[in-house]
Design a protein around this ligand. Structure first.
Ligand code: SF4
Length: 325
Protein backbone atom coordinates (compact mmCIF):
# COMPACT_ATOMS: atom_id res chain seq x y z
CA UNK A 1 0.00 0.00 0.00
CA UNK A 2 1.44 3.38 -1.02
CA UNK A 3 1.70 5.85 1.81
CA UNK A 4 -0.02 9.19 1.38
CA UNK A 5 1.68 12.42 2.46
CA UNK A 6 1.65 13.08 6.18
CA UNK A 7 -1.35 15.36 6.83
CA UNK A 8 -0.05 18.86 7.60
CA UNK A 9 -1.93 22.15 7.87
CA UNK A 10 0.17 25.18 6.92
CA UNK A 11 3.24 23.08 7.70
CA UNK A 12 1.97 22.09 11.18
CA UNK A 13 1.06 18.62 12.39
CA UNK A 14 -2.24 18.38 14.28
CA UNK A 15 -2.82 15.55 16.75
CA UNK A 16 -5.77 14.69 18.99
CA UNK A 17 -6.57 11.95 21.47
CA UNK A 18 -8.21 9.68 18.94
CA UNK A 19 -5.06 9.79 16.78
CA UNK A 20 -2.91 9.04 19.82
CA UNK A 21 -5.15 6.12 20.78
CA UNK A 22 -4.73 4.69 17.29
CA UNK A 23 -0.99 4.54 17.92
CA UNK A 24 -1.52 1.41 20.00
CA UNK A 25 -0.91 -0.07 16.57
CA UNK A 26 0.95 2.16 14.07
CA UNK A 27 -0.83 0.44 11.18
CA UNK A 28 -4.19 1.42 12.66
CA UNK A 29 -2.90 5.00 12.83
CA UNK A 30 -1.98 4.82 9.15
CA UNK A 31 -5.40 3.51 8.09
CA UNK A 32 -7.27 6.02 10.23
CA UNK A 33 -5.19 9.19 9.95
CA UNK A 34 -3.33 8.88 6.63
CA UNK A 35 -5.72 6.80 4.55
CA UNK A 36 -8.62 8.49 6.40
CA UNK A 37 -10.77 5.36 6.53
CA UNK A 38 -12.96 4.28 9.45
CA UNK A 39 -15.07 1.18 9.94
CA UNK A 40 -18.79 1.49 9.31
CA UNK A 41 -19.81 -1.34 11.64
CA UNK A 42 -19.89 -1.23 15.43
CA UNK A 43 -20.53 2.47 15.76
CA UNK A 44 -23.79 2.26 17.67
CA UNK A 45 -22.12 2.56 21.08
CA UNK A 46 -20.03 5.59 20.14
CA UNK A 47 -22.97 7.18 18.35
CA UNK A 48 -25.15 6.78 21.43
CA UNK A 49 -22.36 8.34 23.50
CA UNK A 50 -22.38 11.32 21.09
CA UNK A 51 -26.17 11.57 21.49
CA UNK A 52 -25.85 11.81 25.27
CA UNK A 53 -23.09 14.41 24.82
CA UNK A 54 -25.53 16.51 22.75
CA UNK A 55 -28.09 16.26 25.55
CA UNK A 56 -25.56 17.26 28.21
CA UNK A 57 -24.24 20.13 26.11
CA UNK A 58 -27.77 21.49 25.78
CA UNK A 59 -28.40 21.07 29.50
CA UNK A 60 -25.28 22.96 30.63
CA UNK A 61 -25.61 25.62 27.93
CA UNK A 62 -29.20 26.36 28.85
CA UNK A 63 -29.41 26.11 32.63
CA UNK A 64 -25.73 26.13 33.63
CA UNK A 65 -25.49 24.46 37.02
CA UNK A 66 -29.18 24.89 37.84
CA UNK A 67 -31.96 22.35 37.78
CA UNK A 68 -33.36 21.45 34.37
CA UNK A 69 -36.72 23.10 33.68
CA UNK A 70 -39.45 21.84 31.34
CA UNK A 71 -38.38 24.01 28.41
CA UNK A 72 -34.78 22.82 28.65
CA UNK A 73 -35.97 19.21 28.84
CA UNK A 74 -37.76 19.75 25.53
CA UNK A 75 -34.62 21.32 24.03
CA UNK A 76 -32.41 18.46 25.26
CA UNK A 77 -34.70 15.91 23.64
CA UNK A 78 -34.97 17.93 20.42
CA UNK A 79 -31.19 18.23 20.11
CA UNK A 80 -30.69 14.50 20.71
CA UNK A 81 -33.37 13.72 18.13
CA UNK A 82 -31.70 16.04 15.60
CA UNK A 83 -28.38 14.26 16.16
CA UNK A 84 -29.94 10.81 15.77
CA UNK A 85 -31.81 11.88 12.64
CA UNK A 86 -28.50 12.81 11.04
CA UNK A 87 -26.64 9.85 12.57
CA UNK A 88 -29.20 7.04 12.79
CA UNK A 89 -28.68 4.00 14.97
CA UNK A 90 -29.05 0.50 13.51
CA UNK A 91 -32.67 -0.59 13.48
CA UNK A 92 -33.72 -2.46 16.65
CA UNK A 93 -30.69 -1.27 18.62
CA UNK A 94 -31.83 -0.50 22.18
CA UNK A 95 -29.58 2.60 22.24
CA UNK A 96 -32.20 4.72 20.49
CA UNK A 97 -33.91 8.08 21.03
CA UNK A 98 -36.26 6.75 23.75
CA UNK A 99 -33.38 5.24 25.67
CA UNK A 100 -31.42 8.50 25.40
CA UNK A 101 -34.40 10.49 26.75
CA UNK A 102 -34.76 8.07 29.68
CA UNK A 103 -31.03 8.31 30.46
CA UNK A 104 -31.05 12.10 30.41
CA UNK A 105 -34.18 12.20 32.61
CA UNK A 106 -32.51 10.03 35.28
CA UNK A 107 -29.23 11.96 34.99
CA UNK A 108 -31.02 15.29 35.43
CA UNK A 109 -32.93 13.92 38.38
CA UNK A 110 -29.80 12.65 40.13
CA UNK A 111 -27.68 15.73 39.39
CA UNK A 112 -30.24 18.45 39.93
CA UNK A 113 -28.37 21.54 41.11
CA UNK A 114 -24.64 21.14 40.56
CA UNK A 115 -22.19 21.96 43.34
CA UNK A 116 -19.67 23.55 41.03
CA UNK A 117 -19.30 26.56 38.77
CA UNK A 118 -18.68 26.32 35.04
CA UNK A 119 -15.40 27.96 34.06
CA UNK A 120 -15.12 30.55 31.32
CA UNK A 121 -12.30 30.95 28.84
CA UNK A 122 -10.34 34.17 28.47
CA UNK A 123 -12.97 35.52 26.06
CA UNK A 124 -15.66 34.98 28.72
CA UNK A 125 -17.26 31.98 27.01
CA UNK A 126 -18.32 29.03 29.23
CA UNK A 127 -16.13 25.97 28.72
CA UNK A 128 -18.84 23.57 27.56
CA UNK A 129 -17.97 21.11 24.77
CA UNK A 130 -15.20 23.59 24.01
CA UNK A 131 -12.92 22.78 21.09
CA UNK A 132 -9.27 23.75 21.20
CA UNK A 133 -6.16 23.71 19.02
CA UNK A 134 -3.12 24.70 21.05
CA UNK A 135 0.60 25.01 20.18
CA UNK A 136 2.28 21.99 21.74
CA UNK A 137 5.93 22.07 20.68
CA UNK A 138 8.15 21.47 17.66
CA UNK A 139 9.72 18.33 16.26
CA UNK A 140 12.66 18.22 13.82
CA UNK A 141 11.45 17.46 10.29
CA UNK A 142 12.61 14.24 8.72
CA UNK A 143 14.42 14.59 5.41
CA UNK A 144 11.34 13.21 3.70
CA UNK A 145 9.06 15.89 5.20
CA UNK A 146 11.58 18.61 4.40
CA UNK A 147 12.14 17.51 0.80
CA UNK A 148 8.73 16.12 -0.20
CA UNK A 149 6.38 18.27 1.83
CA UNK A 150 8.38 21.51 2.05
CA UNK A 151 8.31 21.82 5.84
CA UNK A 152 10.61 24.02 7.89
CA UNK A 153 13.44 22.38 9.84
CA UNK A 154 11.13 22.23 12.84
CA UNK A 155 7.52 21.10 12.43
CA UNK A 156 5.06 22.86 14.80
CA UNK A 157 2.81 20.44 16.67
CA UNK A 158 -0.76 21.47 17.47
CA UNK A 159 -2.68 19.48 20.09
CA UNK A 160 -6.42 19.66 19.58
CA UNK A 161 -9.60 18.25 21.00
CA UNK A 162 -12.67 19.13 23.00
CA UNK A 163 -13.17 19.70 26.74
CA UNK A 164 -16.61 18.49 27.81
CA UNK A 165 -16.83 20.86 30.76
CA UNK A 166 -14.34 23.03 32.65
CA UNK A 167 -15.48 23.44 36.25
CA UNK A 168 -14.43 24.93 39.58
CA UNK A 169 -15.42 23.62 43.00
CA UNK A 170 -14.15 24.20 46.53
CA UNK A 171 -10.98 22.20 45.67
CA UNK A 172 -9.99 24.10 42.54
CA UNK A 173 -10.53 23.70 38.81
CA UNK A 174 -11.15 20.43 36.99
CA UNK A 175 -11.65 18.97 33.56
CA UNK A 176 -15.05 17.26 33.71
CA UNK A 177 -15.45 14.46 31.19
CA UNK A 178 -18.71 12.65 30.35
CA UNK A 179 -17.95 9.02 29.64
CA UNK A 180 -20.47 6.41 28.54
CA UNK A 181 -19.55 2.79 29.15
CA UNK A 182 -21.33 -0.51 28.88
CA UNK A 183 -19.95 -1.61 32.23
CA UNK A 184 -18.51 -0.25 35.46
CA UNK A 185 -16.04 -1.98 37.71
CA UNK A 186 -12.40 -2.25 38.58
CA UNK A 187 -11.22 -2.39 34.96
CA UNK A 188 -13.17 0.74 34.03
CA UNK A 189 -11.81 2.63 37.07
CA UNK A 190 -8.25 1.57 36.29
CA UNK A 191 -8.67 2.55 32.63
CA UNK A 192 -9.87 5.99 33.68
CA UNK A 193 -6.96 6.36 36.12
CA UNK A 194 -4.45 5.71 33.32
CA UNK A 195 -6.30 7.53 30.53
CA UNK A 196 -3.71 9.72 28.79
CA UNK A 197 -6.46 11.63 27.00
CA UNK A 198 -7.66 12.99 30.34
CA UNK A 199 -4.18 14.35 31.04
CA UNK A 200 -4.41 16.02 27.64
CA UNK A 201 -7.65 17.75 28.65
CA UNK A 202 -6.05 18.87 31.93
CA UNK A 203 -3.06 20.23 30.02
CA UNK A 204 -5.39 22.07 27.59
CA UNK A 205 -7.42 23.48 30.48
CA UNK A 206 -4.23 24.79 32.09
CA UNK A 207 -3.36 26.56 28.82
CA UNK A 208 -6.82 28.03 28.42
CA UNK A 209 -7.26 29.25 32.00
CA UNK A 210 -3.64 29.92 32.97
CA UNK A 211 -4.14 27.73 36.10
CA UNK A 212 -3.13 24.15 36.80
CA UNK A 213 -6.21 21.97 37.30
CA UNK A 214 -6.53 19.70 40.31
CA UNK A 215 -7.19 16.91 37.86
CA UNK A 216 -10.17 15.45 36.06
CA UNK A 217 -13.56 14.15 37.06
CA UNK A 218 -15.05 11.26 35.15
CA UNK A 219 -18.80 11.73 34.84
CA UNK A 220 -19.50 8.08 34.10
CA UNK A 221 -22.76 6.90 32.55
CA UNK A 222 -23.39 3.19 32.19
CA UNK A 223 -25.46 2.14 29.19
CA UNK A 224 -27.05 -1.24 29.96
CA UNK A 225 -29.12 -3.33 27.62
CA UNK A 226 -32.64 -3.59 29.12
CA UNK A 227 -33.52 -7.13 30.22
CA UNK A 228 -36.58 -8.94 28.87
CA UNK A 229 -38.26 -8.28 32.22
CA UNK A 230 -37.57 -4.53 31.90
CA UNK A 231 -39.20 -4.38 28.47
CA UNK A 232 -42.57 -5.35 29.95
CA UNK A 233 -42.20 -3.39 33.17
CA UNK A 234 -43.37 0.14 33.95
CA UNK A 235 -40.21 0.62 36.00
CA UNK A 236 -37.27 2.35 34.29
CA UNK A 237 -34.37 0.06 33.43
CA UNK A 238 -32.03 2.96 34.26
CA UNK A 239 -31.33 3.87 37.86
CA UNK A 240 -28.86 5.62 40.15
CA UNK A 241 -26.33 2.80 39.90
CA UNK A 242 -25.77 3.78 36.25
CA UNK A 243 -24.17 7.10 37.18
CA UNK A 244 -21.05 7.87 39.13
CA UNK A 245 -18.54 10.69 39.30
CA UNK A 246 -14.94 10.02 40.25
CA UNK A 247 -12.18 12.61 40.70
CA UNK A 248 -8.60 11.78 39.69
CA UNK A 249 -5.89 14.11 40.98
CA UNK A 250 -3.11 15.10 38.58
CA UNK A 251 0.32 16.52 39.47
CA UNK A 252 2.41 18.85 37.31
CA UNK A 253 4.91 16.01 36.93
CA UNK A 254 2.17 13.78 35.44
CA UNK A 255 1.35 16.51 32.91
CA UNK A 256 5.02 17.00 32.03
CA UNK A 257 5.56 13.28 31.55
CA UNK A 258 2.41 12.99 29.41
CA UNK A 259 3.62 15.84 27.19
CA UNK A 260 7.08 14.27 26.76
CA UNK A 261 5.41 10.94 25.90
CA UNK A 262 3.18 12.53 23.26
CA UNK A 263 6.08 14.35 21.60
CA UNK A 264 8.07 11.09 21.51
CA UNK A 265 5.09 9.28 19.97
CA UNK A 266 4.75 11.95 17.27
CA UNK A 267 8.46 11.61 16.54
CA UNK A 268 7.76 7.91 15.98
CA UNK A 269 4.98 8.80 13.52
CA UNK A 270 7.42 10.96 11.56
CA UNK A 271 9.98 8.14 11.59
CA UNK A 272 7.45 5.52 10.39
CA UNK A 273 6.38 7.87 7.62
CA UNK A 274 9.97 8.57 6.57
CA UNK A 275 10.63 4.81 6.47
CA UNK A 276 7.48 4.32 4.38
CA UNK A 277 6.21 1.67 6.76
CA UNK A 278 3.79 1.81 9.70
CA UNK A 279 4.39 -1.55 11.39
CA UNK A 280 1.67 -3.83 12.65
CA UNK A 281 1.61 -4.27 16.43
CA UNK A 282 -0.51 -7.34 16.40
CA UNK A 283 -1.28 -7.50 20.12
CA UNK A 284 -4.40 -5.35 19.66
CA UNK A 285 -5.99 -7.23 16.75
CA UNK A 286 -8.43 -8.84 19.16
CA UNK A 287 -9.07 -7.88 22.74
CA UNK A 288 -11.52 -8.46 25.53
CA UNK A 289 -14.10 -6.09 24.01
CA UNK A 290 -13.87 -7.20 20.39
CA UNK A 291 -11.78 -6.95 17.29
CA UNK A 292 -9.74 -4.06 15.95
CA UNK A 293 -11.68 -1.99 13.38
CA UNK A 294 -9.11 -2.98 10.75
CA UNK A 295 -9.14 -6.72 11.39
CA UNK A 296 -10.78 -7.42 8.01
CA UNK A 297 -8.03 -5.46 6.24
CA UNK A 298 -5.06 -6.93 8.08
CA UNK A 299 -6.33 -10.50 7.82
CA UNK A 300 -6.16 -10.30 3.99
CA UNK A 301 -3.08 -10.75 1.79
CA UNK A 302 -1.20 -7.51 1.29
CA UNK A 303 -2.21 -7.00 -2.32
CA UNK A 304 -5.92 -7.00 -1.35
CA UNK A 305 -5.77 -4.55 1.54
CA UNK A 306 -6.18 -1.36 -0.50
CA UNK A 307 -9.34 -2.79 -2.03
CA UNK A 308 -10.82 -3.82 1.34
CA UNK A 309 -9.98 -0.50 2.97
CA UNK A 310 -11.57 1.42 0.11
CA UNK A 311 -14.57 -0.93 -0.05
CA UNK A 312 -18.00 -0.87 1.52
CA UNK A 313 -16.93 -1.92 5.03
CA UNK A 314 -15.22 1.45 5.52
CA UNK A 315 -16.03 5.07 4.94
CA UNK A 316 -14.09 8.32 4.90
CA UNK A 317 -12.88 9.28 8.35
CA UNK A 318 -14.47 12.70 8.62
CA UNK A 319 -13.51 13.29 12.26
CA UNK A 320 -12.41 16.92 12.36
CA UNK A 321 -9.74 18.28 14.61
CA UNK A 322 -10.74 20.92 17.14
CA UNK A 323 -10.58 24.68 16.86
CA UNK A 324 -9.19 27.01 19.41
CA UNK A 325 -11.51 27.65 22.40
S1 SF4 B 1 -5.85 -5.64 12.93
FE1 SF4 B 1 -4.04 -5.78 14.25
S2 SF4 B 1 -2.30 -5.28 12.94
FE2 SF4 B 1 -4.17 -4.56 11.89
S3 SF4 B 1 -4.39 -2.43 12.47
FE3 SF4 B 1 -5.59 -3.62 13.90
S4 SF4 B 1 -4.21 -4.04 15.64
FE4 SF4 B 1 -2.96 -3.37 13.91
Amino acid sequence: MTLTLLPLTDGAFFIDNSGLERLRCPRAFQYSELNRRSAIAERAGANFGSTIHRGLETRYNNVGTNEVDDLTKVKIEADMLAWLSENPQPENDFRNYNHACKMMAVYNNIYKKEEFEILKNQAGKPIIEATFALPFGEIPATESLYVNQGTDDLVPIIYCGKIDLGIEDHNGIWSFDHKTSFQFGDTFDKQMAMDGGQLGYCWALSQVTGKKPQGYIIDAIRVRRPSKKDEFSEKSCIDGTDFKRTPYYVSQDMLDEWKADVLALIQNIFAYHAAGHFPRHRWNCTNKYGMCDYYDVCSCPREQRDMILNGSLFEENTWTKGLKI
